[in-house]
Design a protein around this ligand. Structure first.
Ligand code: HSE
Length: 408
């Protein structure tokens, strides 16, 4: 029998407990041993569960118990998760986590501690919810040099954008539903401002390119500025708006990384990823493009990934050593002057001056759309370097300008 502890009994933690405690022999068959949930750490009381006797509010009970071989951390946040995880690893316990904030901030250090203590630190659930992505990336695709990763990495924002696109629902109503469904973080700011997707692209980039990428190195923009008008304009241009996390290997050996609302061409498979689903497209030199798709948030999909890691740990109680990356450095993430097409939404009370300035800067043939509701005009630029496009956009005679990137 292998004893484990679960730290946190929120949305994901309760899913993990249910999967492990109610299991009907399938997990025991896979591990060839029983997995016993000995403790669940939470400050709250859960008196009416069939497993209420397992709760403790004292971390020491877990860390001091030598019978505990695997600890699941599903509390979220950096503190106290970081101290708890570190102490467990130092005491020779393997740790499984879904905590992308922790992995994005402290991954390199915790992997190193795990390796030195001959235990595992696994975090498949930290990216893409239930989608198997981290293991395939570093194991099945190990023969490839990865050049690029693009993905829809946040279920909450994809759900909100989808509700806005398909049901014409406004932002706040869609967010409320995403919260009720258990997709959003405790503080949904992390979802809608792009921080959650940023942490996930940091983890993917670290695994693909083998150096730690810190969230503050990634240019991050959320979806709070996206209006129903933008969605309608995008649709008319043949695009849908998605929050895209992206990381690319540059010729210099450094990388570029970003999270931003992007007009995705309807020809691109990512444009069809709806609701809470996530999709991650990976480009390797041997395999070409591979797309990973599935539910990116929610109790049971995420618990599925966590329990998969628990089973892996239980089958290999000593270190697996396949997840690793080195520490990063300040200039590792660059902002290259990429060749691109930008979406521009410009508003002015003087519409004739606005239109004239756009035509004189971008040419007569440019396709422009005008809103019936306000004084805005939207268009897609021609393809050019971002710096040249931005210097032209600066000269548009408008009161307000919104710029979004595109993905074909
Ligand atoms: N809040 C996250 C999301 C949960 O919406 O994707 C899964 O990481």
């Amino acid at each position: 029998m292998i004893n484990i502890a679960i730290m946190g009994h929120g949305t994901v933690g309760s899913g993990v407990a249910e999967l492990l405690i109610n299991e009907n022999g399938r997990i025991e068959d896979a591990v060839k041993s029983q997995i016993n949930v000995k403790y669940i750490l939470d400050l709250r009381k859960f008196d009416n569960l069939s497993y209420s006797d397992k709760f403790t509010d004292d971390f020491k009970v877990i860390s001091d118990d030598d019978e505990i071989k695997i600890v699941v951390e599903v509390m979220g946040g950096i503190n106290p998760a970081y101290q708890f995880v570190k102490e467990c690893l130092l005491k020779g316990k393997s740790v499984v986590t879904s905590n992308k904030e922790l992995v994005a901030a402290k991954g390199a250090e915790l992997i190193d501690i795990a390796n030195k203590n001959n235990v595992n630190f696994l975090f498949e659930a930290s990216v893409g919810g239930g989608i198997p992505i981290l293991r395939p990336l570093i194991s099945c695709l190990a023969a490839n040099e990865i050049s690029e990763i693009n993905g829809i990495l946040n279920g909450t924002t994809n759900f909100i954008l989808n509700k806005m696109i398909k049901d014409n629902m406004d932002f706040e109503d869609a967010l409320k539903i995403a919260q009720d469904k258990g997709y959003a973080e405790k503080d949904p700011t992390a979802d809608i401002e792009g921080h959650d997707a940023c942490r996930k692209i940091c983890i993917l980039a670290a695994l693909a390119f083998k150096k730690h990428v810190y969230p503050n190195q990634v240019e991050t923009t959320g979806i709070t500025d996206i209006t129903l008008d933008d969605i309608e304009y995008a649709d008319n241009f043949g695009f849908v708006i998605k929050l895209i996390g992206s990381a690319k290997k540059l010729a210099s050996g450094n990388i570029s990384a970003s999270v931003r609302p992007t007009l995705v061409s309807k020809e691109n498979m990512l444009s069809n990823v709806d609701g809470v689903f996530n999709a991650i497209s990976v480009k390797g030199d041997a395999v070409g493009d591979v797309l990973f798709y599935g539910r990116g948030a929610g109790k049971m999909p995420t618990a599925s990934a966590v329990v998969g890691d628990v089973i892996d740990c239980a089958k290999h109680l000593n270190a697996r050593e396949y997840l690793y990356w080195n520490d990063g450095f300040d200039s590792y993430v660059e902002t290259p002057d990429e060749s691109t097409v930008l979406y521009v939404n410009a508003t002015s009370d003087n519409s004739s001056e606005l239109l004239e300035s756009i035509i004189s800067l971008f040419g007569e043939d440019i396709k422009m759309l005008r809103s019936s509701k306000d004084n805005s005009v939207a268009f897609l630029t021609n393809k050019d370097t971002k710096s040249k496009l931005l210097s032209k956009i600066k000269c548009i005679k408008a009161d307000k300008i919104k710029i979004l990137h595109t993905l074909f």
